[in-house]
Design a protein around this ligand. Structure first.
Ligand code: GTR
Length: 424
C-alpha cells in the first residue's frame, strides 16, 4: 500500500519544489515543536478532573478533529437492514462458525456493506470480537472458499489477484498474513471484517459511489469543506458494523476491539475516538493522520498526504499543509479521546514513512488523559527497542522489527493486550 506514496516521495526528493517542506527521515533533522496542551481548553481553563474532561475538553477536541481534520460525521441516522445470507457451522476445517451479513443503508437499501464474521466453534456463549476494515474485499483475509468475493472496485493489487481493479478467485487469502484468523479464534476471539470500498472506494472521484451520497443534499455531489472524507466514511462504517454486532448473540458487544492497518488504522482510531462502544482500539502502523505526531514533520506530512489522497480528509485539512503548527490539535489528542479505554499503538522499525517515534510519542503525550481516570499510560518519552512491547497500563506499544504491514507478531501482542483488558 506504500507504492503510490513511494513514487510520490521519489518525486518529492527529485523535485523538491513540489512540496514546501523537505522530507525528514533522520531524527537529527526534527526541529523542536510545541504541542497543543492536552489538558487546556480553548478558553484557557485547565482540566483537572475526568468530569472537566468529559464535559468540556473531550467534546471540544472531537469538534476540532471533525472540523479541521476528518470532517464532520453526519449525525442523522439512515435506515438500516441486516440480512444474513450465509452460515457455516463447520468452517475452516471445523474450527470456526462463519457468517456473512449484508447491511443495507437507506430507505431503498441504496448502499450496502458485507460483514464477514468468524467465531470459535468450541466456545459457548458470546465472545469478544476484533472488528477491522480490509483493503481489497473480505475474501483476502482467508483462503476459505465460502467467502463472497467482492464485486466492487479495488484500489491496489497486481494481477492475477486483482485485474483492472476487480478481485479475482486468486485474491482469496492474499492478505491472510495480515489477519491470522486461526490464531484469533484459537485464543477465543471472534473476527468481523468489512471491505473499506463498500463504504467508499479509495479514490478521489468516488463520493457518489459510497455512503456519502446518502447524506448529500439535493444537487450535491461533493462533501463541503467541513464535511467528512473517506476516512470519516470508513470510521462511520465501523460504527454501523458495531450496530450489527450489538444484535448478534454470538458477540459480546461490550468487548469489541476496533483495529486497522495504515490508512485503515487512521479510520480505526477515528472510529474509536468518536464511538465509545468500542472497548479497545488498535492502531497498526497508522502514521500520518493516525497515531503520529504531525508537528514532528517526520516522513509523510499533511501536505504530502493531502496531495496523494485528496479524498481522505476534510477540505479544511488542506489549509494545514506546511502549517502544522496552525492545526489546533495534534494526534496525542486523538489517542486521548479513547481514554480511559485501552489503546494499543504499533509501529514497524523500517516504516519510517509512518514515523514510529511520532506514533509512540502520541501515546506518551496522551497519558495525562488516562491519569485523570487513575489509569496508567506510557511513562517515558524514550522509544523502546524493537520487539520489546511496552506499557503496563492502558496504552500498549511495540516497535516490530520489519516493514509496513500487520502480521502474526503484531496480532500476538494485540491478543495479549486484549486478554489483559477485555477478559477481566
Ligand atoms: C501510504 C500513505 C500512508 C498509509 C499507507 C497505507 O501510501 O502514504 O499514509 O496510509 O499508504 O495505507 O498503507
Amino acid at each position: 500500500m506504500m507504492k503510490f506514496a513511494a513514487v510520490l516521495l521519489t518525486f518529492n526528493l527529485v523535485t523538491q519544489p513540489l512540496f514546501s517542506q523537505k522530507t525528514i527521515r533522520d531524527e537529527s533533522q526534527v526541529v523542536s515543536y510545541v504541542l497543543p496542551d492536552l489538558l487546556k481548553t480553548r478558553s484557557g481553563k485547565m482540566v483537572r478532573t475526568k468530569r472537566d474532561w468529559e464535559k468540556t475538553r473531550r467534546p471540544e477536541l472531537l469538534s476540532l478533529f471533525s472540523e479541521n481534520v476528518y470532517g464532520k460525521t453526519p449525525s442523522e441516522k439512515v435506515p438500516m437492514r441486516f440480512v444474513q445470507y450465509d452460515a457455516d457451522s463447520n468452517a475452516l476445517g471445523g474450527q470456526a462458525i462463519r457468517k456473512q451479513v449484508t447491511v443495507y443503508f437507506g430507505k431503498k437499501g441504496e448502499r450496502s456493506m458485507d460483514i464477514l464474521l468468524y467465531f470459535p466453534r468450541n466456545v459457548k456463549g458470546s465472545v469478544p470480537v476484533f472488528l477491522g476494515l480490509n483493503f481489497a474485499g473480505n475474501q483476502v483475509v482467508h483462503q476459505d472458499p465460502g467467502i463472497t468475493i467482492t464485486k466492487r472496485w479495488v484500489r491496489d493489487g497486481v494481477a492475477p489477484v486483482i485485474v483492472e481493479h476487480r478481485a479475482t478467485e486468486a485474491s482469496r487469502g492474499s492478505q491472510a498474513g495480515d489477519w491470522v484468523v486461526e490464531d484469533i479464534l484459537a485464543r477465543g476471539y471472534g473476527l468481523a471484517t468489512v471491505f473499506c470500498g463498500d463504504l467508499q472506494p479509495d479514490r478521489p472521484d468516488s463520493f457518489n459511489e459510497g455512503v456519502h451520497s446518502l447524506f448529500f443534499k439535493e444537487g450535491q455531489n461533493m462533501p463541503q469543506s467541513d464535511e467528512w472524507g473517506a476516512i470519516g466514511a470508513w470510521a462511520w462504517g465501523l460504527s454501523r458494523a458495531m450496530d450489527y454486532l450489538e444484535t448478534d448473540k454470538m458477540v459480546d458487544a461490550t468487548k469489541v476491539a476496533v483495529i486497522g492497518h495504515s490508512r485503515l488504522g487512521k479510520a480505526a482510531l477515528w472510529a474509536g475516538a468518536q464511538d465509545q462502544r468500542f472497548a479497545m482500539v488498535v492502531s497498526n502502523n497508522s502514521g500520518e493522520g493516525g497515531a503520529a505526531i504531525t508537528r514532528r514533520k517526520f516522513g509523510e506530512t499533511i501536505e504530502i498526504i493531502n496531495k496523494a489522497f485528496p479524498h481522505w480528509f476534510s477540505g479544511n485539512y488542506k489549509q494545514f499543509g506546511g502549517r502544522e503548527d496552525a492545526l489546533p490539535v495534534d494526534y496525542h489528542e486523538l489517542i486521548a479521546l479513547i481514554a480511559p479505554r485501552p489503546v494499543y499503538i504499533a509501529s514497524a522499525s523500517e516504516d519510517w514513512w509512518a514515523d514510529p517515534k511520532g506514533e509512540y510519542l502520541s501515546g506518551y503525550y496522551a497519558s495525562p488523559a488516562y491519569a485523570l481516570y487513575g489509569s496508567e499510560g506510557l511513562s517515558t518519552p524514550e522509544l523502546p527497542e524493537t520487539n520489546r512491547p511496552t506499557g503496563a497500563g492502558k496504552i500498549g506499544y511495540h516497535l516490530r522489527k520489519g516493514g509496513h504491514t500487520m502480521n502474526r507478531y503484531d496480532w500476538q501482542q494485540y491478543l495479549h493486550f486484549a486478554d489483559k483488558w477485555l477478559r477481566r
